[in-house]
Write a protein that binds this ligand. Structure first.
Ligand code: MN
Ligand code: MN
Length: 321
């Protein structure tokens, strides 16, 4: 049996069956004090950065619901994140759906409070723009590396004649602002038709390592993992998982699906393969429940969240030694 110690635990099934009670991330307690946790699970229900099909604002609620399927111990690594670290649901960032810039400030403020309390944020979007204010909060002290799963590079300069803040631009801004060290950024699963032939020139010129889906297929899971670990190196790393990195067969509930993507199993293995990196936080973004009436995309996202939680908790525990 697991020794719970004094850490928060998912509500035991003997106390309340998993289909009952209010939904929180992984059935953890809902608290508002980041100083009481090592890892803060946070919803960011903002999709005002979406350029095309909106709906990711509904992601956190449905992912909380489907995350009640998650148990306590990883079936392969045997990692038990709730025993390794103090984890809890810190609720949702109170964004303003009518004001993009104000919402970015609110997200940054919320994450700064979490970061300032010494907790690592593991967030659930929301569209991918939410990662920018998260990075502004957690990369204030030093530029981070990043392992980024996505069909898209998200390094476009602007959309619609000069709008610089959208879910297609967060990593352009993050590199410009010195939040990410581009030579320690690896993007996995990039594919899909481009706006222009030179779309990827800018990130490549900054030194970002782009593993296209074609290359990922040729390398295989172990090859992708080895390359991601080489690029991320030994410094602090953020992990960002856009659910559209997966093939829409597995994750149709997203605004910008691209066929020919990762399978759920491949993505699970790749996240798991990051164990041992100095992971300091992460997110799962772009789940848009309106496009998937089955709810499976949210289950997939909750499962990826657990994969990330396990390697994050392991890194966090290693830091404490
Ligand atoms: Mn993205
Ligand atoms: Mn994407």
């Amino acid at each position: 049996m697991i020794d719970d110690g004094d850490k928060f635990q998912p509500t035991p099934m003997a106390k309340m069956p998993r289909f009952a009670g209010s939904s929180t991330f992984m059935r953890l307690p809902l608290i508002d004090e980041p100083g009481k946790v090592d890892i803060a699970l946070i919803g960011v229900p903002f999709d005002g950065g979406t350029t095309n099909r909106a709906g990711a604002r509904h992601g956190p609620r449905q992912i909380r619901e489907m995350s009640t399927m998650i148990r306590r111990v990883h079936h392969v690594s045997k990692l038990a994140p709730f025993t390794l670290c103090r984890c809890a649901d810190l609720g949702d960032v109170p964004i303003n759906p009518l004001d993009l810039m104000q919402s970015l400030e609110k997200i940054e403020q919320f994450m700064s409070r979490v970061h300032g309390a010494g907790a690592a944020p593991l967030s659930v979007g929301g569209d991918h723009l939410v990662t920018l204010p998260i990075l502004r909060a957690v990369a204030r002290d030093q530029a981070l590396g990043m392992v980024h799963f996505d069909a898209h590079s998200d390094t476009t300069d602007s959309y619609f004649g000069g709008s610089r803040y959208s879910h297609g631009t967060p990593f352009r801004r993050a590199i410009e602002e010195g939040l990410l060290d581009p030579t320690r950024v690896v993007q996995i699963g990039v594919r899909g038709s481009l706006h222009d032939v030179d779309d990827l020139d800018w990130p490549l010129a900054q030194g970002v390592r782009i593993i296209t889906m074609e290359e990922a297929y040729d390398l295989g899971c172990d090859g992708v993992i080895a390359e991601a670990r080489r690029v991320a190196g030994t410094g602090p790393v953020y992990v960002s998982f856009d659910v559209d990195g997966l093939d829409p067969v597995y994750a149709p509930g997203t605004g910008t699906p691209e066929v020919g993507g990762l399978s759920t199993h491949e993505a699970q293995r790749m996240i798991r393969g990051l164990q041992g990196l100095d992971i300091i936080g992460g997110d799962v973004v772009e789940v848009a429940p309106p496009y998937d009436p089955s709810g499976n995309t949210a289950l997939v996202a909750a499962t990826m969240l657990f994969e990330m939680l396990c390697v994050l908790a392991d890194a966090r525990a290693a830091r404490a030694i």
